[in-house]
Design a protein around this ligand. Structure first.
Ligand code: IPD
Ligand code: CA
Ligand code: CA
Length: 259
């Protein structure tokens, strides 16, 4: 295994252990609101500290962007992007689906990505041009080409309103997709798409830490990613991700209803 990937997997597994220990004692957890319906717990913070500690020890000259601690060494050649607990709302409700996401950027492009689901002990990972894997086995997307055959996932910002473009896009998709799910972890959504459990995913209002690892895993698994509008920007992500280009096009036509 690529040494940087190896270190990232080690850090994600360590964070996963911290999260699982906290899940056993969930009533003791202090949960704060970052904003309305957007939560952070001390587990998010402890997980991020453990990850950065492991990565910094191995790579002291690298920079970091962590969801909870922000940017450090922005101008470094290599930047690690960390979501220490993706799916915090699931976690605090004891809904058993959340993950740890770690990516390494070189020249603003992900070159290593790890998404770890500690409950199922499923570790998804990829390196640029090295393929995508789940617990050591190669993965690929489903090959689904038609929206009426597709299981599609999506997500919304915590402050979504019924008048928003996000809600209107959802309504446009409802009648067209075979079925739609909102699972609560953007990083896992991309990995489920990468291994063929779902066929497409569209989202906006996310952050780089939600998707940096997952987008690399998806592209290495043969998936397609395109912006909903304009250019794709990892730091202001809005996108359609799909198992095939044909399916991405059909979703693009469906949700760009006003164009
Ligand atoms: C959230 C999840 C969710 C997405 C939200 C994110 P968090 O991340 O990825 O799927 O819809 O927009 O904020 O806060 O649990 O790390
Ligand atoms: Ca997240
Ligand atoms: Ca998070």
């Amino acid at each position: 295994m690529h040494p940087m990937l190896n270190t990232a997997v080690k850090a994600a597994r360590q964070a996963g252990s911290i999260i699982l220990r906290a899940a056993e004692d969930i009533d003791q957890l202090t949960v704060k609101n970052k904003s309305a319906n957007d939560f952070v717990s001390e587990v998010d913070v402890a997980s991020e500290e453990a990850i950065i500690n492991i990565l910094k020890t191995a790579y002291p000259t690298h920079g970091f962007l962590g969801e909870e601690s922000g940017f450090s060494d922005k101008d470094a050649d290599y930047i690690w992007i960390i979501d220490p607990l993706d799916g915090t709302t699931n976690f605090v409700h004891q809904l058993r689906s959340f993950s740890v996401s770690i990516a390494l950027l070189e020249n603003r492009q992900p070159v290593v990505g790890v998404v770890h689901d500690p409950l199922l002990d499923e570790c998804f990972y990829a390196t640029r041009t090295g393929g995508a894997f789940l617990n050591g086995e190669p993965i690929q997307t489903s090959g689904c080409e038609k929206l009426h055959n597709a299981m599609v996932v999506t997500g919304f910002s915590p402050s979504v309103t019924k008048e928003s473009i996000e809600a209107r896009r959802f309504l446009e998709m409802l009648g067209k997709a075979q079925t739609i799910r909102r699972l609560g972890s953007a990083a896992l959504n991309l990995c489920f798409l990468a291994c063929g459990r779902v066929d497409a995913y569209w989202a906006s209002s996310l952050n780089a830490w939600d998707i940096a690892a997952g987008t690399l895993i998806l592209s290495e698994a043969g998936g397609f990613l395109r912006p909903i509008e304009g250019e794709f920007d990892l730091f202001r992500p809005q996108f359609i991700a799909a198992s095939t280009d044909a399916l991405a096009s059909e979703i693009s036509e469906t949700i760009n209803f006003s164009n």
